[in-house]
Ligand binder design. Sequence first.
Ligand code: FAD
Ligand code: UDP
Length: 394
Amino acid sequence: MNDVIIVGAGFAGSVIACELAKIGKKVLVIEKREQIGGNMYEYRDTNGIPIHKYGPHIFHTNNEEVFKYLQNFAEFFKYEHRVLGKIDGELVPIPFNFTSLEKLFSKEKAITIKNKLLSKYDKDTKISILDLINDEDEVIKEFGQYVYEKVFIHYTAKQWEIPVEKVDSSVINRVPVMLGYDDRYFQDTYQYMPKNGFTEIFKNMLKSENITVELKQDAVNRIKIDIDSNKIFLDNKEFQGTLVYTGAIDEILGYKFGELPYRSINLVFEQYQSNEYQPVAVVNYPNEEKFTRITEFKHFYPMDKELREKNKTTILKEYPIMYNRKDPKNLTPYYVITNNDNIKRYEQYKNSVKDIKNLFFCGRLAEYKYYNMDTVIERALQVVKKIENNWEEK
Ligand code: FAD
Ligand code: UDP
């Protein structure tokens, strides 16, 4: 008899499964894919190149607890992610920084802009592009508009298929403008990658004998959440244990309040008989191309000499597309679309289950939030505490 059922074997589900198994609970994990790891799943392809099956993933956080926690499951190496963007034929650092400025402007113009920026803002700080385009200083504003046009407007139109002004500012502000020469994509204190790939973390999280993992099982066919009786059913029998759901909340509640929209990506992998395709792991294509970025996976393991020198490489092109659950291509819901209407709809779903005390939602799809993996791990650890408190109250 299982004490806990967890739907989804991504970070949300695996962290919770691991922690509850540790305190002796019997946990059943139901995962619809044929492998564990959720969107973090990593494998080696036919050329022996490590691949992130669901898009490029880099661990970065300011949360020391989360980083320490992850070290229980894998060995990590320091990896600072650097991204270049193809702008007017040049490869320049993204976030747009002073190197980008110097590559794309004449020497005199670059000096004028830098001086203006530094007369107003501190060196080596990150500024929102939205602040720059609204600056009252003409030079700063014009510079802001240039970067907005070359880096943000068209990339955002491709990624979200709506005009940039309609995209939530929290999304745009994930990528700032850097007032200095720091060319790292993230400035977080902890930036690491797992030495043997992400999948090992999940194997270790789920290896307890208290955990059973059932793959290729769609929870929608096995679980019913009845919001009239506040009961949960597994395989048509009432389940009185704890259910943790990490898939899409609208799906498991039968789209009762309408669909929550998601963006998906058409992921196109290409193999090449060559040593290197591009100089860094990720190159963004903000403008002409239909894809948003190209990832070359071997750069995620710079210390692996054999991989580096291999005369083969694999790249990934990302073509954003609207998620449509009825599409036969069966694309994945990757990105929540943050706006007031969608948040309201999500709240309706959340409120409808608030009286079901043995039900917990956690993760990017279940909470309809644009979470990075570190936040998902943090949330999962919080949910573990909530579940334990709930048991104590009984
Ligand atoms: P998921 O990893 O999506 O896991 C949910 C699991 O539930 C999946 O395995 C799914 O198959 C399963 N499931 C869903 N519904 C059902 C069902 N009905 N029945 C059974 N199983 C079900 N974060 C970073 O920190 N750094 C990055 O560089 C980064 N890059 C990203 C790039 C892309 C393209 C995307 C889309 C996300 C990126 N993220 C990144 C975010 C990161 O992927 C997520 O925060 C994290 O993986 C979410 O974990 P999760 O457990 O909530 O969801
Ligand atoms: N963005 C952009 N140009 C870029 C990179 C990002 O306009 O070169 C915008 C775009 O709207 C994107 C958002 O910033 O959706 C967040 O980018 P991030 O790289 O964080 O996206 P993710 O890695 O989550 O896909």
